[in-house]
Design a binder for this molecule. Structure first.
Ligand SMILES: [Zn+2]
Length: 344
C-alpha cells in the first residue's frame, strides 16, 4: 500500500493541552481470564487486562461478550511506542469500560454495534472512512445509511440511542483507501472494502501479522448487503480484494473471532462468498415457475422461516430485488409481461 503515514503525535499534543481527564480510568480492572487454545494475555502485557483477550503481539483482541455475537462484537487494540488505537469499540466495552487509556478510535464502518464503546471514550478522536462519516455526525445520517421503512426505523432509532449509546460526534476525522496510521513502530493500513457499507474497511497491522475484517465476518449467514448503504457488487469485489491480504491472523467483529492461518481464512472466505452463489441458484430453482417479487421475498432466501423479527420482510424484499435485478440484467431471469419473473 502506498498511502502516506499519518503521524499521530499531534493528536497527543492536542489532548495533553485539553483540560479534560483521560477516558475510562475509573473502571476497575477485571481479573478473570477465559482460557483459550491460543495464547492468552500474560501478566507482562502492560496494564491491559481483558477477560478472554487474545494477545497477537502489537495487537490485542478485546473479545466481546458471547465471543462477539451480536449485539456484541470483538474489538482490536493496537499499540505502538507512541500511540494506542482502538478499533471498533464494542457494546462490551461500553458496558465494561476500559482500565487503560486509548489515543484514537478507528471504525471499520459506521453501524450501531461498532461504536457503543465511544460512550466510554468521549474525548478520544474518532476516525472512519469518508463515505460513512455521515452516520457518525448525525442520527438522521446513520438512519439514512440503513434506509429502513418508517415503521421499522422508529423502533430502531430508539434502540440505537438507548441500547447502543449512540451520540453524534461533532468532530471526526476521515480516511480513505491506503491510508496508513503510524503508532510508532506499528502501523495500521486501511484497505477500503465497500459493500456492507460504502465506507467499510479492513485494517491490516503488518507488525502483528493481523488483519481486522470488521463485518466481512465469514459467518454461515454470509455477506450482509441489504441496506441503502450496501452494494452486492462492491461486496463481491471486496471479497476478491481480501484474498490478497497478507496476514496470519484474521479477526472478525462477530462470530468467528480469530482465524489463524491464511489457508483457513481463504477457505472460510470461499464459503462466505458461496452463500451469494447458492442464494441465486435457489432463486433460479424457485423461478422455474413464474413468481412475483413479493413471492420471492415471502419464500425467504436470506432468513430461515422461523425467524420473526420486524426487519426480516424488509431484508427479504431488498435481497429479492437486488438478485432479480442482477439476474434480469445478465439474462438468467426473464421478466414477463405481467410483471412476474421466470428463469430463462
Ligand atoms: Zn455492520
Amino acid at each position: 500500500m502506498d498511502g502516506h503515514p499519518r503521524d499521530f503525535r499531534h493528536w497527543t499534543e492536542s489532548r495533553l493541552q485539553a483540560d479534560s481527564p483521560p477516558p475510562s480510568t475509573a473502571f476497575p480492572k477485571i481479573q478473570t481470564r477465559a482460557t483459550s487454545t491460543l495464547t492468552t494475555m500474560g501478566d507482562d502485557f502492560l496494564d491491559v487486562d481483558w477477560p478472554g483477550g487474545l494477545d497477537l503481539g502489537a495487537a490485542t483482541v478485546l473479545t466481546g461478550a458471547d465471543r462477539g455475537k451480536y449485539p456484541h462484537g470483538n474489538s482490536l487494540l493496537v499499540r505502538g511506542t507512541r500511540q494506542v488505537a482502538l478499533i471498533d469499540p464494542s457494546l462490551t466495552i461500553a458496558e465494561r469500560g476500559l482500565s487503560f487509556s486509548v489515543d484514537h478510535v478507528l471504525l471499520s464502518h459506521v453501524h450501531e454495534d461498532h461504536l457503543p464503546g465511544l460512550s466510554q471514550l468521549e474525548d478520544v478522536p474518532v476516525h472512519c472512512h469518508e463515505a460513512d462519516a455521515i452516520g457518525l455526525t448525525s442520527l438522521d445520517g446513520l438512519m439514512a445509511m440503513y434506509g429502513m421503512p418508517a415503521a421499522v426505523e422508529e423502533d430502531f432509532r430508539r434502540e440505537v440511542v438507548d441500547d447502543f449509546y449512540y451520540a453524534p460526534r461533532t468532530e471526526i476525522s476521515t480516511f480513505s483507501d491506503a491510508a496508513i496510521f503510524d503508532l510508532g513502530g506499528v502501523e495500521i493500513e486501511v484497505v477500503h472494502t465497500p459493500g456492507h457499507t460504502k465506507g467499510h474497511c479492513v485494517f491490516v497491522i503488518p507488525q502483528a501479522r493481523t488483519a481486522y475484517l470488521g463485518d466481512i465476518d465469514l459467518s454461515g449467514f454470509g455477506p450482509y448487503y441489504f441496506d441503502e448503504w450496501s452494494s452486492l457488487y462492491d461486496f463481491e469485489q471486496s471479497i476478491e480484494r481480501c484474498r490478497s491480504i497478507d496476514a496470519d491472523h484474521f479477526v472478525t467483529f462477530h462470530h468467528k473471532w480469530v482465524i489463524s492461518g491464511r489457508e483457513n481464512f481463504l477457505a472460510l472466505l470461499d464459503q462466505f462468498a458461496n452463500v451469494i452463489t447458492n442464494r441465486e441458484l435457489s432463486m433460479l430453482e424457485f423461478l422455474k415457475e413464474p413468481r412475483s417479487l413479493d413471492q420471492c421475498a415471502a419464500h425467504r432466501f436470506v432468513y430461515r422461516p422461523h425467524v420473526e423479527m420486524q426487519f426480516v420482510n424488509h431484508v427479504e424484499l431488498s435481497s429479492a430485488q437486488i438478485h432479480l435485478d442482477r439476474m434480469v440484467n445478465d439474462g438468467r431471469v426473464i421478466q414477463l409481461n405481467d410483471g412476474n419473473f421466470r428463469a430463462a
